[in-house]
Design a protein around this ligand. Structure first.
Ligand code: ADP
Ligand code: C5P
Ligand code: MG
Length: 208
């Protein structure tokens, strides 16, 4: 039996010539670098569906799923949830969207996420949008975020920064070695960051 994304792919890449290929852009960057903020802008202007792995995991906790307690404990500690859980949520959301263009935000967070997604879905990203932001600025933003998140406290923030450097930066380096990373200075004001983001997405729109 095929997985959800197998069937998205079959439909998208299959024999029917009017069907379109599935396009994925991974959106990476430290906690508080502005991934969610800029993804909302991209959705508005370029017709992508935004899938935040963190948002999907938080929704899974709220839904009362059997994995909820495990996910909640990992998020509180800033740890990365096993990829099979996260990938299933991403596959389901991709299938439910009816779209073929996705911004996958906050994923892959480590080598295990990256390798498993590639193996399971056979999808490689078109490119990786990497929001590069100084840690002091990210810390300031997270402490002011006010979304009632259990992980936006200074203890968990420090743990998340450590995990980012140790586990997520190597994923960015992997894609850099493949020439797939578009790095953005995310320490600037929102509007200035979006000007740069917009130029990247306008260029790929034209190339299509
Ligand atoms: P991420 O999804 O990368 O963790 P968010 O998009 O949630 O980051 O942004 C974190 C916080 O910083 C939010 O409160 C957001 O409104 C704010 N923010 C986002 N981009 C900027 C920016 N360029 N300058 C200042 N604050 C920002
Ligand atoms: O991206 P976001 O800041 O919303 O992620 C919050 C938390 O969700 C992470 O610190 C981590 O505990 C969990 N997460 C994960 N695997 C991902 C994305 C997020 O375990 N791929
Ligand atoms: Mg976010």
């Amino acid at each position: 039996m095929g997985t959800a994304v197998d069937s998205v792919n079959k439909e998208a890449n299959g024999s029917l010539s009017d069907e379109k290929k599935v396009k994925v852009v991974f959106v990476l960057g430290g906690p508080g670098s502005g991934k969610g903020t800029q993804c909302a802008n991209i959705v508005e202007h370029f017709g992508f569906t935004h899938l935040s792995a963190g948002d999907l995991l938080r929704a899974e906790i709220k839904s009362g799923s059997e994995n909820g307690t495990m996910i909640q404990n990992m998020i509180k500690e800033g740890k990365i949830v096993p990829s099979e859980v996260t990938i299933k949520l991403l596959q389901r959301a991709m299938q439910d969207s009816g779209n073929n263009k996705f911004l996958i935000d906050g994923f892959p967070r480590n080598e295990e996420n990256r390798a498993a997604f590639e193996n399971v879905t056979k999808i490689s990203p078109e490119f990786v949008l990497f929001f590069d932001c100084p840690e002091e600025e990210m810390e300031r933003r997270l402490l002011n975020r006010n979304q009632g998140r259990e992980d936006d406290n200074i203890d968990t923030i420090r743990k998340r920064f450590k995990v980012f450097v140790e586990s997520s930066i190597p994923v960015v380096e992997y894609y850099e070695s493949k020439g797939k990373v578009k790095k953005i200075d995310a320490g600037k004001p929102r509007e200035e960051v979006f000007e740069v983001v917009k130029s990247i997405f306008s260029a790929i729109d034209k190339a299509d």
